[in-house]
Design a binder for this molecule. Structure first.
Ligand code: CDP
Length: 223
């Protein structure tokens, strides 16, 4: 199912894409809160597979080994009414999803087409259950290409690196972006119809206000 609005259910998908630390998670979370939608973090799914690979000593660059790992993994993707939740073989990895090791290896795992195919199916399934704000890299281009509601969030590279540093995270932002933008399958792009929102000089509040204006222009009807 590729549509933005699930025709039977009337559910709506808002796609938020952008590079690392561009502010898309904060924006997606606040938009979901304001609009009463469920916020789905698709990156957590790629991080979850990476987390298990690292625990099992699977080389993230060995595609065959990663695919074998995927086949013996149960991912339960749900939500708590506000945010998406994820369990790997019944375990919630929690903050470990944002460890330096996961940051350093997630782009390799997410470049494996079979991983993407499996996770995109789980991502689309959310729209059968709720209206969502989903953030990631290929939400507007691959997961929900037909949605009219698409924002590409960006920020200067030094602003993004500083944000991660301020959050106490070691994250090779530029390296991850190069890998995510340069990969063959579902690279990070500004998808057709997406409006670009540069958050470099926005406060959180003004960024959310700008996003709501964009969504209204894209036809979102607010209650
Ligand atoms: O930390 P940040 O919010 O920037 O990234 P994330 O959304 O947690 O995504 C982590 C990694 O997962 C990205 O660097 C991509 O390699 C991958 N990813 C992807 O390939 N496609 C998505 N839709 C979401 C994430």
């Amino acid at each position: 199912m590729n549509s933005a609005l699930a025709p039977d259910s009337g559910f709506v998908a808002i796609a938020i894409d952008g590079p690392a630390a561009s502010g898309k998670s904060t924006l997606a979370r606040l938009l979901a809160q304001k609009l009463g939608l469920v916020m789905v973090n698709s990156g957590s799914m790629y991080r979850a597979v990476t987390w298990k690979a690292l625990r099992e000593g699977v080389d993230p660059h060995d595609h065959a080994a990663v695919i074998a790992l995927l086949h013996r993994t149960r991912l339960d993707c749900g939500d708590d009414g506000t945010y998406s939740t994820i369990a790997v073989d019944g375990i919630d990895p929690g903050e470990e999803l944002r460890s330096s090791a996961v940051n350093a290896n997630v782009s390799a795992v997410s470049a494996v087409p079979e991983v993407r195919e499996a996770l995109v199916a789980l991502q689309r399934d959310y729209l059968n259950r709720a209206s969502i704000v989903m953030e990631g890299r290929d939400i507007g281009s691959v997961v929900f290409p037909d949605t009219p509601f698409k924002i590409y969030v960006d920020a200067d590279e030094h602003v993004r690196t500083a944000r991660r540093r301020d959050a106490g995270e070691h994250d090779p932002v530029a390296k991850r972006d190069a890998a995510d933008s340069g990969r063959v399958h579902a690279p990070l792009i500004v998808s057709e119809g997406a409006a670009i929102l540069d958050t470099s000089h926005h406060t959180i509040e003004s960024g959310v206000a700008a996003a709501i204006e964009i969504l209204k222009q894209q036809g979102l009807k607010l209650a």
